[in-house]
Design a protein around this ligand. Structure first.
Ligand SMILES: Cc1cc2nc3c(=O)[nH]c(=O)nc-3n(C[C@H](O)[C@H](O)[C@H](O)COP(=O)(O)OP(=O)(O)OC[C@H]3O[C@@H](n4cnc5c(N)ncnc54)[C@H](O)[C@@H]3O)c2cc1C
Length: 369
């Protein structure tokens, strides 16, 4: 593996992939390396195999993709071929709401909500596939960036195996490495971006670091249940269904939404999302199933399924979505240090996290001349 690239990007989630693909369309000869802590593409929009049953695969992060009514032309250019080829499918008719009394209705706002097929991780892959010269986009998985230094106009990136990678331009697609939460989440001792700059050296970076410290995050815990009883799954009628719980249920139980998805082998995976800001109501596996049972008491087909369900996995997202104190887009690029930033920590008017992440990544690639 070579150790010099034109661009080094931290993160291979939707932002890193959108940036790499957009940049490659403009500068197809420039080499890019995406360094990713996880095992595969996707970041918070990734897919995983069950540890207990290797045949089961499910999305355990972002479950579906929403765009605002004013989605940008650039995003439309990226997603239209995927919609045409049915790799992104509209699931707005497969989403129901559960009111506080436990009754289901179809009042979920009929904005376009998509699911990436077969899995969320494929969305990132498809974005990368749209680049002009994919050979110039390289990946380094299961690699944690530990420290960053700028020396003789080059970026020196030290990763966890001690290797030092160099680049002319450096892009940060995750707020984590600039935010104090990274010390806990990534289990590192110092804030790598702060370490790379002396105060007063780069006004944009100073301001970005100061603003980033104030970012707060929504956290999520995901419970993954499996139903192996084929008869209960067949009787259920739905191959895919997402139910969004009422605000009252969310406040009382932290339950945000639940997703039922049939597996190729005829069994079913049920993914329950719990959302919280400060404290999660801790529930053990028995109580998750008991709580679901009492919520779906009006619906025998759901009860049959829940009775057959067993908990197979959990996932903690300790910074699942930025909540407030988002950053202005003027902080995306510093000419002084050849460093750029993209991701859902930037504020895009009326856009959700994922759309802001994509918009900021496309804009960053356009800023480079
Ligand atoms: C459960 C869940 C539900 C969500 N629901 C919604 C929703 O309904 N609507 C919505 O708009 N958004 C939602 N989101 C948020 C949405 O998923 C994110 O906004 C989006 O995926 C952000 O993509 P990103 O590429 O900016 O960041 P990420 O996906 O976080 O990518 C950054 C990547 O950088 C890597 N990384 C970080 N530090 C290092 C390091 N030091 N070294 C190497 N790699 C590093 C990380 O491993 C990560 O893969 C949800 C997220 C979760 C987890």
């Amino acid at each position: 593996m070579k150790n010099f690239y034109d661009f080094i990007v931290i993160g291979a989630g939707i932002s890193g992939c959108t940036f790499a693909s957009s940049l490659n369309k403009r500068f197809s000869k420039d080499s890019i390396l995406l360094i990713e802590h996880g095992r595969r593409l996707g970041g918070r929009a990734t897919t995983r195999k069950s540890r207990k049953n290797k045949n089961l695969k499910f999305d355990h992060g972002l479950p579906s993709i929403n765009f605002s009514n004013n989605v940008s032309k650039d995003i439309l250019t990226l997603i239209s071929p995927l919609i045409d080829s049915k790799k992104l499918v509209d699931i707005s008719n497969d989403i129901l709401m559960m009111d506080e009394l436990g009754f289901l209705n179809d009042s979920y706002p009929k904005t376009k909500t998509y699911k990436s097929l077969p899995f969320m991780v494929d969305f990132c892959e498809e974005i990368i596939n749209q680049s002009i010269n994919p050979k110039k986009i390289n990946f380094l998985f299961q690699t944690l960036v530990k420290s960053i230094h700028r020396k003789n106009e080059l970026w020196n990136i030290e990763v966890n195996n001690g290797c030092i990678l160099k680049s002319k331009y450096f892009i940060l697609s995750s707020s984590l490495i600039a935010h104090p939460r990274c010390l806990e989440i990534l289990d590192i001792r110092k804030l790598p971006l702060r370490e790379a700059f002396n105060l007063g050296q780069d006004k944009i970076v100073d301001y970005l670091l100061q603003k980033t410290k104030k970012l707060t995050y929504l956290k999520r815990k995901i419970y993954i249940l499996h139903v192996s009883n084929h008869a209960a799954v067949l009787n259920f009628n739905y191959k895919y269904l997402q139910i969004v719980f009422s605000k009252k249920i969310e406040t009382n139980l932290n339950f945000e939404r639940i997703i039922f998805q049939i597996q190729p082998d005829g069994t079913m995976v049920i993914v329950l999302h719990c959302v919280y800001v400060n404290k999660l109501i801790v529930i053990d596996s028995d109580n998750v199933i008991k709580s679901l049972f009492s919520l779906f008491i009006n619906y025998p087909k759901f009860l049959d399924l829940i009775l057959e369900a067993s908990l197979i996995d959990t996932m903690d997202w300790r910074a699942s979505q930025p909540l407030n104190n988002l950053l202005p887009k003027e902080l995306q690029w510093s000419e002084t240090s050849n460093i750029g930033f993209c991701g859902d920590w930037f504020n895009w008017r009326n856009c959700g996290s994922l759309e802001s992440a994509m918009n900021s990544s496309i804009r960053l690639a356009q800023l480079l001349t």
